[in-house]
Design a protein around this ligand. Structure first.
Ligand code: DGT
Ligand code: CA
Ligand code: CA
Length: 576
């Protein structure tokens, strides 16, 4: 069983227990465990060979969880979860994903109306039964209807980072075959979109049958949906509680078409429309087999060759959305995109002082082991009571502890930071004199994201114009596929950030990626330095960094555009 599958069992367990009104700490323990397991580089099934004790060496896995994990690894099942599944239909669990209703309301809907699927819920909401429930009303009912639209739209897409280990294993298995000469992922995965609809894999091979048989028999493949001579569509094992099932298209193509096929199947469709039009303008034709003049094949074995034949430089897949890439290509100004290796610092992370799962020293050591030269520890401010947020007194003690850690480890600089909430009334959660003592302040919106745009702007401007604030963290507050971000007048906010020297974050967590690509590109136009930070809540959280880099690359950001590619000395000079 894969870590992601195991992780999803614990998520599901938490969801089901939540519907039964279980205590919040227990739920958090399961969800934290799920997050830890999902981001663990080693396979749980391997670690379990060492017994429960070995599992307990994982951050946040105690006795109870380690025993549950042993059961899962040994039997493939979690008996407690099986029992709950019998009591609560999956459709009811899916209702938890509807923005705007929590477990209490979902339980009411289930118990009072006997509604067990999303379709039945839609019907009940449309017919007014939901509005008549105690504590609901017409407003809640219409919010549910809106939320249902959103859930249905997002149900089929998977976070890029969740798809990554799966597709990498499949590509690796295929590349090991003697019959395979080249293999690569194309599609939205290669363009590093936030979410993936399906996976597209291309290969060249001396024997396509062997390639397709190998895929069909791969342990991650649940079912072959369609098979031709050189083309196969498969369904992968469910990723998360049976809702998200990725499908994968494999195409085996001739060597001379590999580049053309990569170009075609990487997309985007919009980018390819421009490519085809440009070809026609030059008396050429481009398709997935090659570039042709009349019937004569002129190019197609590599992508570079396809672009060069059309008079274009190679365009990085992340940029292929028909946004600005052709303008850059024509002007010879395609940006040299930032890479993971450029990053020297991480400016957003948590410890056990608030809702993190590792101590200061554990986080510092893990950051150093990853090659980071500097970090900022940014635990929550007091408004976030759920996360045990810090008031001024506790924060000062925390900073003292951070200062002590500095003496215990060399080769990495630690900034005393804080993730300070910007309150609903547009004031900061901590007084200025406290913020002034910090090395680094990342200001964020956590609550009241649905306030009118003017109030949201006012809150952001409060932070941006406060000279103690270093950066705005996850500016929109969205959670991809689950919660839309706040409404923001970006031009106004970006102008202020540029005027006041306030940085903007790309939060690298797979579910946030906030700023998104479009707004990060806009922030760059305003000359705002971007910081890419992981928001790590445990030592594995640093592994989220590539997601943030992907988003930055999609935004066309270079190493120079990203503040934390600089040495700590130069970075410090950029903090106002
Ligand atoms: P996804 O799977 O929804 O995350 O997004 P993509 O971009 O991977 O889309 P997909 O899997 O439908 O197709 C893969 C690529 O194949 C797509 O980016 C461009 C190309 N492609 C697919 N259908 C068409 C089409 O009708 N016209 C053109 N020009 N290209 C297409
Ligand atoms: Ca696709
Ligand atoms: Ca596809």
């Amino acid at each position: 069983m894969h870590n992601t599958e195991i992780a999803s069992l614990f998520d599901e367990l938490a969801d089901l227990l939540e519907l039964q009104g279980a205590n919040a700490f227990r739920l958090r323990a399961y969800r934290n465990a799920s997050r830890t397991i999902g981001s663990l580089p080693e396979a749980i099934s391997d670690l379990a060979q060492g017994g429960p004790k070995a599992l307990q060496s994982i951050q946040g896995i105690g006795k109870d969880l380690s025993e549950k994990l042993m059961t899962v690894v040994e039997s493939g099942e979690l008996p407690q979860l099986e029992e709950l599944r019998e009591q609560i239909p999956t459709g009811v669990v899916m209702m938890l994903r509807i923005p705007g209703i929590g477990p209490k309301k979902v339980a009411t809907i289930f118990n009072e109306l006997g509604v067990t699927t999303l379709e039945q819920l839609r019907e009940a909401a449309e017919q007014g039964q939901v509005a008549r429930l105690k504590g609901f009303g017409a407003k809640t009912a219409s919010a549910i209807l809106e939320g249902l639209d959103q859930v249905e739209q997002s149900a089929q897409r998977v976070y890029h980072a969740d798809a990554r280990p799966i597709v990498e294993q499949i590509v690796e298995a295929l590349s090991e075959l003697d019959e395979v000469t080249q293999v690569s992922v194309a599609g939205s995965f290669r363009r590093c979109r936030e979410t993936i609809g399906d996976l597209d894999v291309l290969a060249t091979a001396t024997d396509s049958e062997v390639v397709m048989d190998t895929l069909a028999n791969h342990p991650l493949v649940e079912k072959v949906l369609a098979r031709g001579d050189t083309k196969q569509r498969v369904r992968l094992s469910p990723l998360f509680d049976g809702v998200k099932k990725l499908e994968l298209d494999l195409r085996v193509v001739p060597d001379e078409s590999y580049g053309a096929a990569m170009q075609y199947f990487t997309g985007s469709k919009e980018h390819n429309i421009v490519i085809r039009k440009r070809a026609v303008d030059q008396g050429l034709k481009v398709n997935e087999y090659g570039v042709y003049r009349g019937d004569e094949y002129v190019a197609g074995s590599s992508e570079e060759e396809v672009y060069a034949t059309l008079g274009l430089p190679f365009i990085a897949p992340e940029l292929r959305e028909d946004r600005r890439e052709f303008g850059f290509a024509d002007a010879g100004t395609l940006p040299e995109l930032v890479t993971v290796d450029d990053i020297q610092g991480d400016l957003h992370m948590h410890t056990t002082a608030t809702d993190g799962q590792a101590t200061i020293l554990e986080m510092v050591e893990a950051a150093k082991a990853r090659g980071l030269k500097y970090i900022a520890i940014t635990d929550h401010s007091k408004r976030v009571t759920m996360a045990n947020g810090l008031d001024a007194d506790r924060l000062r003690v925390h900073w003292k502890n951070i200062d002590e850690a500095r003496g215990k480890i060399s080769g990495i600089e630690i900034l005393c930071g804080i993730e300070c909430d910007i309150l609903e009334d547009a004031t900061m959660d901590l007084p200025d004199d406290v913020l002034a003592e910090a090395d680094w302040v990342v200001a964020v919106l956590h609550y009241g994201l649905k306030q009118p745009r003017d109030q949201i702007n006012k809150r952001l401007l409060t932070a941006i114009t406060n000279p103690n604030v270093s950066a705005i963290g996850h500016p929109s507050g969205r959670v991809i596929g689950k919660r839309p971000g706040a409404e923001i007048s970006f031009p106004e906010v970006f102008q202020a950030a540029a005027d006041h020297g306030c940085m903007m974050e790309i939060n690298a967590h797979r579910s946030r990626l906030d700023l998104d690509d479009v707004h990060a590109a806009a922030a760059k136009d305003f000359g705002i330095p971007i910081v890419i930070s992981t928001d790590a809540h445990n030592v594995h959280g640093f592994a989220e960094l590539p997601n943030g880099i992907n988003q930055a690359r999609r935004a066309g950001l270079t190493a120079d555009d990203v503040a934390n590619t600089r040495s700590v000395g130069d970075f410090r000079k950029m903090i106002r």
